[in-house]
Design a protein around this ligand. Sequence first.
Ligand code: SF4
Length: 590
Amino acid sequence: MNEKIYQTIRRKTREVMVGNVGVGGDNPIRVQSMTTSDTRDVEGTVEQIIRLAEAGCEIARVTVQGKKEAEACEGIKNGLIQKGYTIPLVADIHFYPPAAMLVAEYADKVRINPGNFVDKRASFKTIEYDDATYAAEIEKIEEKFTPLVEKCKRLKRAMRIGTNHGSLSDRIMNRYGDTAAGMVESALEFTRVCRKLDYHDIIFSMKASNTQVMIEAYRLLAKELDKLGWDYPLHLGVTEAGEGEDGRVKSAIGIGSLLLDGIGDTIRVSLTEDPWNEIDPCKRLAAFAKNYPVKYQIPRRRPVETCEPLHRDGSVILTVSQEEVEAPDFYEQIGCKVQLGRPEKEVGTVDAVIANFEHPKLERLAQAGVAVITDPYIVTENDWERILHDRPEFIFFAPKTDYLHNARRFFEWLFMQNIQTPVILQFAYTCAEEDLVIHSSTECGALFCDGVGEGICLEAPLPLSTLRSLGFAILQGARMRQSKTEFISCPGCGRTLFDLQEVAARIRSRTDHLPGVKIAIMGCIVNGPGEMADADFGYVGSRPGKIDLYVGRECVERNIEMAEADDRLIELIKKHDRWVEPTEELALTT
Ligand code: SF4
C-alpha cells in the first residue's frame, strides 16, 4: 500500500492583516461575505454589514465599480465605526483601476481580478501572441498595477489577487487555455509585480463554479507557491454556486475538500440568497475542518468495471427499514412516481435500496427496476483484504471513523491491487441536518472530485427523501451525474440589475426538470457573461429592466424586456432541442 503522506498539517502561511483581522498564520479560518446593496447607498450598505457582523462574518466586501462607489466607502467605513463595528471592509474591483486607487484610501483590502484589471473582457478569439507581444502585455501590467501596489504598501492595505475561471484574459487563454494552470499564471503575473516592490500583504483566490476545476486550481496554486517558497494565504470559494441545498452542497464540495487537505485561510460561501445566510454554512465548514485530521493523500484513479444495478455516472442507494417501507409515502420518499398504487422509476429515483427483510412493496419496487439488495458486501477500514478472496461484484465501503482519509487509503490500495470493482461510499452521520449537508458533501465530494467512488449511500436519522436528495445533489455538485437542471446563479452584489432571488426562483420553477442542462442567471453584464463559465444558456441583466440571453458564450438576444425574458429563455431552450415538457417521462440513462 502506498502509505506516503504528502502533507500532515495545514499549509503554513504568513499572517496578512486585513484591518484588524489576521488572515493566515495561526489564525482560525476566517469567515467572509459580500453585500448585495448598491454601494452608493451608504446607509443600506452599513446596515447589511452590521447584519453580517452580527451573524459572525469577520470580513465584509462591497462592490466598487466606479469612483462614486469608491467614495461611498469612506462613509461606509465611518458609519460602521460610529456604530461600534470594526469589521474590515474590502472593495471589489473589476475593469477600473482608478476606482481601486481611490478606494485604497478607505478600504482595508482591495480585491482585484487579474483577468480584467488591465486587460479588457476576453473576446474568446484565437489571438496569436509571440514572445515579444506577450512580454509587452506583461510590461503593461507592471505599469498599470504598480501605483496601486505602492499605495497599498504605503497605507498598509491588504490585497486579494482574485482569479476567476470565467474571466481569464485573452493572453492567458491563448497561451494556457481555460485551465487551472492558466488561472495560476494569471495570479502569478500580478504577484511578481508585488514582490518586485517588496509588497507582501497578498491573499489569493482561484474561484470557479465547476468544483473540479476550482479544487484543481487551488491545489496547483498551493503547490506552485510552496515551490517558490511564497507563503501567502488563500481565500476559498466556489462562484455562482446557486441557492438552497445545491448551493451549500457545491460550496462544501469545493471549499470543504480543500480545507480537509489543509489548504485555505479564509472562506466565502456564495449563495443567491441574502448575504447573512452565507455565514452559517461558512461557520459549519470551518468548524468541521478545524477538528479534522489533515493527511493530504490523493489516491490514484483506477479503471472501474461497472455492473447492474449501478448507474454509470454514480449511484444513489439507501438503506431502508421495515418501518420506512411500510410508510404510506415510501415510494415517493425514494423518488418514485406512483401510478395506481404502483411505483415507477424516474430520473430522481434511487438506483437500489438495501433491505434485509421481505415485503410486497419491495417486490413491486424491483418490478419497477429499482434493485433490492439483501446482502450488501460491506467492508470497513479494518477488513478490506478479504476482497482479494471474495471478489464481490460491488462493494459498500463503510469506515467507522475519519471517512475521507480511510477512503483515500482504501482506494489507493484498490489501485495497487488492480481491483476494478465499483465502490459505494456508505457513510453514516449522526449530526444535525445542516451539518450533514456540509460534512457529507465535503467528505464524499472530495472523493468524487479525486475521481474515486462510484456511488453514495448516506445513513442518518433523517427522512429517506432528505438522504436521497442530498445524494443526488452531491453527485451533481461533483460533476458526476446530472439528475436535474444545473443552475449557475451569481450571489448578487451592488451591480445586480434585477431581483436575483425572485428571478432565480421563477426560472427554477419552470426549468428544473431538465437534467444535463446548465442555466446561468447572472445579475449584470459586466461580469456575468464571463463568470457563467460553461453554462448552456445564460440569462444576464444588461441594463435596468433589460435582459440579454446567451447560448454558450454567444449573446443571441439583446436588451429584451424583463417581462418577456423568461418565455424567451424557454423558447431558446426549445429551439436548441434541450427541452422536455415537465409531465413528459424523462428517458433514464442507467
Ligand atoms: S455577475 Fe452578479 S455578483 Fe458578479 S458582478 Fe455581476 S451582479 Fe455582481
